[in-house]
Design a protein around this ligand. Structure first.
Ligand code: SF4
Ligand code: SF4
Ligand code: FES
Length: 321
């Protein structure tokens, strides 16, 4: 969730009172317990976020949302710090701009951000120059077998990258960790925050850290149940539907030609909501509304990936052509 319109956290109860804070010298009132990010949104400030998820506990991993708070020695992450009455927040000081620029430059120099929504605009806004760390060092075929805890020294003339082969090991979703910013959202969605399957975790240390299944096995050999709840929260497109991956590869993926229709899943009686993304009369992926009281954006394999039966006749026809 990267736009200001749809990233308000899902509140489970009634707020007790409003808290008034100042954002860039503008007073706003937000419910007690809100984050500074929510106050910035209320004040009309467009704050960049990457690791923030409206259905997840903040991880403070990316640090692109930092702001200055009067009286605080260090910058604070707006996505997790709660507002306090009378708080004075500054979002556009030289210190904030410098911090956001550096985060964007370091991410941009090491990660493929080509499918991360809005990041190109932020690069321009903060005059970020990822190229200043040198040309990309290139693909690392052995990334899965880096020894945990070992630090691999850079060569000093190129920028180390996450670039590595795409993992295509099943028909439902693809893992392209060249695009992974290690935000932990997939791990939290798969783990105790939602799915409780624990199929993925962070392996390794420092720059060699990566998201991995147990013993780096392929997904079909892992504990994964293909709920796709990790795909739902991934902010960069590192995790994507196989259908989207294939269409991007073929140059036919076009979000401007897609419509979104939210309906109720018919596979069982739980009542999960599905949002069907349709291009050229064909379902190309399925998401789920984060503010829906049943699933909060989460689905099972049937709701997430069981859409092929709707268009299986067309698929069969295409295969026979
Ligand atoms: S699809 Fe579901 S079970 Fe599999 S890794 Fe993602 S969140 Fe975990
Ligand atoms: S795969 Fe996506 S959700 Fe998981 S850590 Fe990487 S960027 Fe975040
Ligand atoms: S969005 Fe706040 S630390 Fe990442």
């Amino acid at each position: 969730m990267t736009t200001t319109d749809n990233r308000a956290p899902v509140h489970m109860g009634m707020p007790t009172r409003l808290v008034t804070v100042s954002v860039d010298e503008r007073e706003v009132s937000v419910p007690e317990g809100s984050t500074i990010l929510a106050a910035c949104d209320a004040a009309g400030e467009d704050t960049p976020t990457l690791c923030y998820g409206d259905t997840l506990t903040p991880k403070n991993a990316c640090r692109v949302c930092m702001v200055e708070v009067e009286g605080s020695r260090v910058l604070v992450p707006s996505c997790s710090r709660r507002v306090q009455e009378g708080m004075e927040v500054k979002t556009d000081t030289e210190r904030v701009r410098h911090s956001r620029r550096l985060v964007l430059e370091m991410l941009g120099s090491s990660v493929d951000l080509s499918t991360t929504p809005r990041v190109a605009d932020w690069m321009v806004r903060y005059a970020a120059d990822p190229e200043r760390f040198g040309p990309p060092a290139g693909e690392q075929f052995d990334r899965d077998v880096h020894e945990p805890g070992e630090h691999h020294l850079p060569d000093g003339s190129t920028a180390a990258t996450m670039e590595q082969p795409v993992k295509v090991d099943n028909d439902l979703y693809v893992r392209d960790y060249s695009k992974c910013i290690l935000c932990y959202k997939c791990v939290d969605a798969c783990g105790e925050q939602w799915q409780n399957t624990f199929a993925i975790q962070v392996a390794g240390r420092g720059f060699d850290s990566q998201i991995s299944t147990e013993f780096s096995v392929e997904l079909p050999d892992s504990a994964c149940v293909y709920c796709g709840n990790c795909v739902e929260v991934c902010p960069t497109g590192a995790l994507s539907f196989k259908s989207e991956f294939d269409m991007r590869d073929a140059g036919t993926w076009d979000e401007e030609r897609q419509t979104e229709t939210t309906t109720v899943c018919t596979f069982c009686g739980v009542g999960c909501n599905l949002t069907l993304h349709v291009q050229d009369n064909e379902i190309v992926k399925v998401s789920s509304p984060h503010d829906h009281s049943v699933g909060h954006g989460n689905l099972c394999i049937k709701g997430r990936f069981g859409f092929q039966h709707v268009q299986s006749r067309e698929d069969r026809k295409r295969r026979n052509d």
